[in-house]
Design a binder for this molecule. Structure first.
Ligand code: NAP
Length: 301
């Protein structure tokens, strides 16, 4: 049995691994894809003190530091997590099972879908949820970005350097994104803001060629000729494996105390899967440090 198992290898999980290992615990970190998490696809990090560069490079630095400490990383997809008689058990998609005295959930969140006609049909054929992964396919073409948060604004700015034109479609007339990012939109002449506007349908033949939208104030329908639609309308917490009795907020994010512990003793949640008021690399990393410190204390009795 492990002392601590960490589920998820984003900035929160990797930081928790560093702290737990340095506290002398026997740990494993479970990641179903490559370590790094959502930040891997962030074009530029400017708000993590001491580092300026791509999200990919920062993730690699976290990963290298974790590996250098000899953290055991299991490439497994956890499907079921239970606590029975004071011990946590984990069942993975592969059929493998593990047990631990304490668990830190760092599974993050996945991109929300638009849920409109054509979205599923054209996913991978013009519809994308990752501008840094797929933007290059649309060099000198026309792209639409949907959303009004940091991701959408960052994606629009990133794509404006590759694409001939970028439409940023947002359902309100003010942005949720940070002011510093919104102000930067003005410096990019090929970004057109389409505000107070909701998505209606994605059309095409074998690939996307039209994005249909509706102005909420006038009900006017507009057909935007576009080669790509980048969806950036928020995230959904990855909690499919989390026991039902773990308390969550109305959005499904796990509720914790100030030590990042859930309502189940020894079970912690950190980063984007937690109902944190600020979802950033630095807050996920801070959560990881807090949870690992208290998980180590918990297993020490
Ligand atoms: P977000 O902040 O939740 O924003 C989602 C946006 O999508 C909102 O503007 C929302 O509109 C819009 N939206 C939601 N559902 C929609 C729908 N069905 N149709 C059309 N529009 C819809 O999500 P995010 O931008 O992915 O960011 C997630 C978290 O990561 C945030 O906490 C963000 O601050 C953080 N993040 C930080 C950075 C950074 O610090 N540089 C970078 C990326 C992400 P409303 O505004 O009207 O609700």
């Amino acid at each position: 049995m492990k002392d601590i198992v960490i589920i998820g290898g984003g900035p929160g999980g990797l930081t928790a691994a560093i702290y737990a290992k340095r506290a002398g615990c026997d740990i494993s970190l479970f990641e179903c894809m490559s370590p790094g998490g959502q930040v891997m696809t962030t074009p530029e990090i400017e708000n993590y003190p001491g580092f300026v560069g791509t999200g990919f490079d920062l993730s690699m630095k976290f990963y290298e530091q974790t590996s250098a400490l000899g953290v055991d990383i299991q490439f497994e997809n956890v499907k079921v997590l239970k606590k029975v008689d004071g011990v946590f058990s984990l069942e993975c998609e592969s059929g493998a099972t593990f047990s631990a005295k304490s668990v830190i959930i760092a599974s993050g969140a996945r991109r929300r879908k638009l849920e409109i006609k054509g979205e599923n049909e054209f996913t991978g054929r013009g519809v994308s949820y990752c501008a840094t992964c797929d933007g290059n396919f649309f060099r000198n073409k026309v792209a639409v970005v949907v959303g009004g948060g940091n991701t959408a604004v960052e994606d629009a700015i990133y794509l404006s350097k590759l694409c001939s034109k970028v439409y940023l479609v947002h359902r309100r007339d003010s942005f949720r994104a940070s002011k510093v990012l919104v102000d930067r939109l003005e410096n990019h002449e090929n970004i057109e803001l389409v505000l107070n506007t909701v998505p209606v349908e994605i059309q095409g033949d074998d690939k996307v060629n039209k994005f249909i939208v509706k102005n909420k104030l006038t009900d006017e329908i507009r057909e935007i000729d576009a080669d790509a639609v980048f969806v950036a309308v928020g995230t959904i917490p990855e909690t499919g494996f989390v026991p039902e009795e773990v308390e969550k907020d109305s959005g499904g994010y796990i509720i914790t105390d100030t030590k990042c512990m859930t309502n189940i003793e020894g079970l912690y949640a950190i980063g984007d899967v937690r109902n944190t008021p600020l979802k950033q690399v630095i807050t996920a990393a801070a959560d990881g440090a807090i949870a690992a410190t208290y998980a180590a204390e918990y297993i020490g009795g």
